[in-house]
Design a protein around this ligand. Structure first.
Ligand SMILES: *[C@@H]1O[C@H](CO)[C@@H](O)[C@H](O)[C@H]1NC(C)=O
Ligand SMILES: *[C@@H]1O[C@H](CO)[C@@H](O)[C@H](O)[C@H]1NC(C)=O
Ligand SMILES: *[C@@H]1O[C@H](CO)[C@@H](O)[C@H](O)[C@H]1NC(C)=O
Ligand SMILES: *[C@@H]1O[C@H](CO)[C@@H](O)[C@H](O)[C@H]1NC(C)=O
Ligand SMILES: *[C@@H]1O[C@H](CO)[C@@H](O)[C@H](O)[C@H]1NC(C)=O
Ligand SMILES: *[C@@H]1O[C@H](CO)[C@@H](O)[C@H](O)[C@H]1NC(C)=O
Ligand SMILES: *[C@@H]1O[C@H](CO)[C@@H](O)[C@H](O)[C@H]1NC(C)=O
Ligand SMILES: *[C@@H]1O[C@H](CO)[C@@H](O)[C@H](O)[C@H]1NC(C)=O
Length: 312
């Protein structure tokens, strides 16, 4: 009697699904999408070795361990996030084909990438409107994350992207040089996995939302007079909106990005020069922003005057 209750409880806990649909990610890699908590689920999926291998003698391994299933098409059960690399072999053990089965929890906490300060998993930046843009991410150090797939689309056409050598980002060519207003967003998809757990990250953005000018270079810093130039990569042909600059003068003991100063007055300029008055020692700070978007500021450029040795 008790056993029946235990069994019924177990069935309720494990939502056993009939045959789960597999989504093809790329050749030899498929994903089983799971709603809800994947740890409480068990799904049967169908795998096939390949049409050309219609042979009853085919046998299978999961992660290099033999499993009982035989034949070209088999049914296997996927529990929790325990996908695996399924290989099929002929009677003498020769490898014929393989399918990597990943589990993709759709509405579950993300765990493979870390969020940045803006609660984003993937950060994208561009230096100008005509060049490439770059997206980057940080791996959770306790996991062993791997990039499975990436793609950037604009108005349904695929942009040419390449993965950075350290697997921490990708660079995509941006063919558009928008003389007119940018009307379609770029849609970026990044799929990463840890063991057999797959995680999907999506970003949709306009280039003008992610423009971060380079730091400005000083061309003059003497007698309290400062002048700088438009960053070299701030290309003129594609940019009809100029940069504006934020300037502030802080204690010579502080750096410009030191957030602990007692709220120095900062102000905005359109010109690329400024004269500091009534001060002997200070740190001069300037950074740039696209006036069209008013979004991302460049990093600060700084010049120290006075008690500390001058340095940029
Ligand atoms: C090998 O398996 C994949 C599925 O993972 C399948 O798409 C492919 O057609 C198979 N290859 C052959 C040669 O049958
Ligand atoms: C899965 O197995 C195949 C065949 O042995 C191998 O080429 C592939 O690298 C394996 N993939 C993973 C993710 O282990
Ligand atoms: C298995 O495949 C290998 C390589 O294709 C082949 O030499 C061998 O004869 C096959 N064995 C059987 C029993 O089909
Ligand atoms: C998007 O693509 C469609 C079909 O190729 C084209 O007709 C349309 O002009 C494109 N839109 C933009 C904004 O490029
Ligand atoms: C994509 O970039 C690669 C490397 O720069 C280049 O060889 C290839 O021709 C590019 N493809 C397209 C469609 O632009
Ligand atoms: C971007 O991709 C997501 C997910 O595939 C889709 O829902 C959305 O409509 C796409 N947006 C654009 C602008 O293509
Ligand atoms: C635009 O920025 C890229 C770097 O992202 C740079 O290589 C390229 O030279 C810049 N274009 C211009 C016209 O400055
Ligand atoms: C800079 O130029 C913009 C656009 O011409 C103008 O609206 C703004 O008032 C100017 N700002 C300053 C501080 O001169």
């Amino acid at each position: 009697m008790d056993l029946i209750y235990v069994f019924a409880f177990y069935l309720a806990l494990l939502r056993v699904r009939e045959i789960g649909a597999l989504k093809v990610i790329k050749p030899n890699v498929v994903a089983l999408e799971i709603n809800g908590n994947p740890m409480e689920q068990k799904t049967t999926v169908e795998l096939s070795c390949g049409d050309e291998f219609e042979d009853a003698e085919i046998h299978w391994r999961k992660n290099q361990h033999n499993i009982a299933a035989r034949g070209n098409s088999i049914k296997v059960s996927i529990e929790a996030m325990l996908g695996g690399n399924f290989t099929c072999h002929n009677a003498s053990g020769e490898l014929l084909n393989h399918t990597l089965v990943l589990v993709s929890p759709l509405d579950f906490e993300k765990a493979i990438l870390l969020q940045n300060d803006n609660k984003e998993f993937v950060t994208c930046l561009a230096r100008n409107y005509s060049g490439p843009f770059h997206c980057s991410w940080k791996w959770d150090p306790v996991r062993n994350g791997v990039v499975v797939f990436y793609r950037a689309l604009r108005n349904s056409s695929v942009l040419n992207c390449s993965l950075d050598k350290d697997n921490g980002g990708l660079t995509c060519e941006n063919l558009q040089c928008p003389f007119s207003e940018e009307v379609t967003r770029i849609n970026l998809t990044l799929l990463v996995r840890n063991q057999y757990r797959l995680e999907e990250h999506q970003r949709a953005f306009f280039i003008h939302d992610i423009i971060k000018p380079e730091k400005v270079d000083f061309i003059k810093a003497e007698n309290n007079e400062f002048a700088w130039e438009v960053p070299k990569m701030w290309n003129r042909p594609c940019t009809f909106f100029p940069l504006r600059y934020e300037v502030k003068v802080v204690s010579h003991r502080k750096d410009c990005d030191d957030s602990s100063h007692d709220r120095p007055d900062s102000f905005y300029l359109n010109e690329t020069h400024y004269k500091v008055s009534n001060k002997r020692s200070y740190t001069f700070c300037v950074r740039a922003q696209d006036t069209f978007t008013n979004k991302v500021w460049s990093d600060w450029s700084q010049h120290k005057v006075g008690k500390t040795k001058s340095k940029k």
